[in-house]
Design a protein around this ligand. Sequence first.
Ligand code: ADP
Ligand code: MG
Length: 335
Amino acid sequence: MKKIVFTIILAAAAAVLVYRGELFTPKGKIIKRTRFLMDTVFTIQVPNSLGLRRTEAAMERAFDRMSEVDKKFNVLNQDSPAYRFNSERQPISDPEIYSLVKAGTDISRETGGAFDMTAFPLTETWGFFNHEIATRAVPSAGAIKGALSAVGWKRLSLRDGKVFPADARVKLDMGGIAKGYAIGEAVKVLKEAGITSALILAGGQVQVFGSAGEGKPWRVGVRNPRREGYMAGLQFSEETGISTSGDYERFFEADGVRYHHIVDPRTGYPARGLMSVSVIAPDPVKADALSTALFVMGRDRALAFARKRPDIDVIIVDDKGKIFSSRENPAGAER
Ligand code: ADP
Ligand code: MG
């Protein structure tokens, strides 16, 4: 990855990275639209160079495409192939889902199983399977053990262009990868419409291409995970993105312990040790899945993993609020 000027602001205490690109964009020159999809707010920003009507039309098409992806990949949508896979054991032949499951299982292999699209029984048991936290109590050890016994990415069997359940209990959950895919699809739609610069923001993930107007880089802030404010600033002047997985998006606390929606497929419990992991990568699918996986892997394994990968940079905030990065100057860091 090309090096861009970059320094992490070693601000106070805890940091978790969340993107608020709109904070930094020059007023009035950027067309901004939002839509609620995938349990989160999606925002598209485009510097106005094509004219308002053409730009708006392109943005609408991008949102519609992401809405299509949402419907298709949402395991809670009864019309989705993923729902039928989970409830009726029906193999998935949809080529789009097949390719994303394939990409996801590649990441499972690379991350030693930290990324696992079969973790659904666990997130269900914990009550994190949709945006409403269904329960606010720690499940019994027996319930967790029971759910865990149904989890394992190798239970997704890929052959003849189809995804088969390799046993009777496996359930698919693409929540750790579908958002990145949707964002990538939106980029394609915008480019096809002649848009040469845009920022797409969805929850803790941002993707940019082109410039923020007048040749200026897109600026993205990394939010503190425990309070208002930002811990780092990034500038992107090439096509790239960043995805943050944190313990602050969906969680509850019990007896002083924070339980959140990223589960460790080895233990069945929410992954411990970090507040957030941000992955900077040109490919939004990789950024999304790897931020989840590296969160599970913990600081040392995540940093070692990132240092072997030329296609990603990683910024980590540990459970004491200390910030670490895989390189001294991760892509985009501001001076
Ligand atoms: P968010 O969706 O809040 O941006 P992530 O991208 O980190 O956060 O994805 C978390 C989601 O991924 C969970 O809500 C769940 O659907 C799924 N998930 C949880 N643990 C894992 C895991 N170990 N591997 C893959 N997916 C997971
Ligand atoms: Mg993710």
